[in-house]
Design a protein around this ligand. Structure first.
Ligand code: 2M8
Length: 479
């Protein structure tokens, strides 16, 4: 079973590879799935892992290079780089004609970002190449690594300059799309406040502009799987509001605006920022200098000190923080476990592990980790980020437990990582296809088939299963 799924994952990468002409050169890039004609920020970063595993380091570096072409003059790596504006206009909403934004080199891009996985991916593909015994490629690509390292430095500077609005090391997110978890239940209260305003009620939106509702391979309409028209009105409203301020959280005097209607410290964005800070620190040994290291160290300290603000001790998980009402959202989900990537307290890793166990027995999920809990009024086991399992998130959580196992020399965490990784393989094997997300109760695949994220999730799971942290769990030693 492993072998055939592995072949399918590789085939998915091939099937979704397309040639993009950018700045007078042809690049091979991955398209996330049928619905998405562009390069998405965190998708591309994850693909670079899958491509390095399945092909070689060059292919992984290419994917990050393409993503870096979307970098804007201010340093932001956009959530979408459109490599063909016309195709995007036919197949996707909102296309470049709505965003009207450009990268530093003039390519059409969106005006917001996504979880900063970029530097973590750059570090990881180097590790994968090393693991594959391909040190020669690492040496040959020194210049590319140096360039991409600087891209990542500029990107992190942008987060801290543009979005660290309280100067505490946590960065604000201004659009649900920026969190990567578009219609997550976590945004319910913040968006409900906006829905009551006259400005929003009067905002015109015609749902006919949407291109994402289709008939899928199973002959079903995807309407139940995708965000609703009301949500698309909200997505568009927030896009336009931000565009009105030239996609900046600062006013003309360079001061942070405090009146933007949606501002959260998203747990996914901030967890990846910190994980990527740590990756940058490691990469700086090879590709940076002492000034880079000093700056990264400052970021790590600042973000690390404030992360506790996102901990909800009653729910025993991390949650996003609603900046406008100065509270955590009170909503737990799969993103609640992202900080495992760098968690410094062993007791907290245990607590997170227990929380997962409690959820499984309380809600009778066949598969963990749901993107929302049934206790939330918006929970919907088939709908996008409102309940389904996203195997890519599970893969990150499994990585987080593996990293914690290593950090604390704790075999319990390694066992948990194995369990989650095996479940990723199982859930994909259930219908033998790489669906975008899965129903947590039945395990049924939903959304786009042959999905890129899911193919990477499979390879991460396989990596964890084949290379357990302690090189064989039975041999690991308790402290
Ligand atoms: C989904 O989001 C896009 C908007 O960015 C969409 O639905 O059109 C999300 O799952 C997001 O996390 C992902 O990066 C993107 C492309 O796979 O699709």
């Amino acid at each position: 079973m492993h072998f055939s799924l592995n072949d399918q994952a590789v085939n998915n990468f091939k099937a979704h590879s397309t040639i993009a002409s950018l700045n007078g050169r042809d690049y091979t890039v991955m398209r996330p799935g049928v619905l998405y004609p562009g390069v998405w920020g965190w998708d591309a970063a994850f693909y670079s892992l899958g491509l390095t595993w399945s092909f070689d380091l060059n292919r992984g570096l290419d994917e990050l290079t393409v993503s870096s072409l979307g970098q804007c003059a201010n340093g932001m790596i956009p959530h979408i780089l459109f490599y063909d504006a016309e195709v995007a206009r036919e197949q996707y909403y909102p296309a470049p004609n709505v965003w009207e934004n450009q990268s530093a080199s003039g390519l059409p891009v969106s005006g917001i970002s996504q979880p900063p996985v970029f530097a973590s991916a750059l570090h990881k593909i180097r590790e994968i190449a090393k693991h594959k015994g391909d040190s020669a490629s690492i040496d040959e690509n020194k210049e590319r690594f140096e360039q991409l390292f600087q891209v990542a430095m500029r990107y992190h500077k942008w987060w801290y300059d543009e979005r660290d609005i309280d100067q505490i090391g946590l960065v604000a997110t201004v659009h649900p799309w920026e969190t990567g978890r578009d219609n997550a239940c976590e945004w319910h209260d913040a968006l409900a406040r906006i829905k009551g305003t006259r400005d929003y009620i009067d905002f015109p939106f015609d749902p006919a502009v949407r291109k994402d509702i289709r008939i899928n391979r199973k002959g079903q309409s995807t309407v139940a799987y995708r965000p609703s028209n009301d949500e698309y009105k909200m997505f568009t409203y927030l896009l336009m509001k931000f565009k009105d301020n030239e996609y900046s959280l600062k006013n003309v005097d360079g001061e942070y605006r405090t009146d933007f209607p949606f501002m959260v410290y998203d747990v996914t964005v901030n967890a990846w920022l910190q994980a990527s800070n740590l990756a940058l620190f490691a990469l700086a040994d090879h590709y940076g200098d002492k000034d880079d290291k000093a700056l990264i160290r400052k970021w790590i300290r600042r973000t690390g000190r404030s992360f506790n603000l996102l901990w909800n001790k009653i729910d025993k998980t991390y949650q996003s923080y609603d900046i406008l009402i100065k509270k955590v959202t009170g909503v737990s989900c799969n993103a609640s476990f992202m900080p495992l990537l760098f968690e410094q307290k062993e007791s907290r890793v245990y607590t997170l592990m227990e929380t997962l166990t409690e959820w499984r027995s309380k809600y009778h999920f066949k598969y963990m980790v749901p993107s929302s809990l049934p206790s939330h009024l918006d929970y919907d086991e088939d709908c996008y980020w409102r309940g389904p399992v996203w195997t890519i998130m599970n893969a990150v959580i499994a990585y987080g437990f593996n990293a914690s196992a290593k950090r604390f020399e704790n075999p319990d965490f390694a066992t948990k990582a194995q369990k989650l990784a095996n479940e990723i393989i199982e859930i994909i094997a259930q219908d033998g296809e790489f669906y975008e997300y899965h129903n947590p109760v039945t395990g049924e695949g939903c959304g786009a088939p042959d999905f890129g994220f899911t193919s990477v999730a499979y390879l991460i799971a396989k990596d964890i299963v084949e290379n357990p942290v302690f090189g064989g769990l039975d041999r690991c030693i308790r402290r």
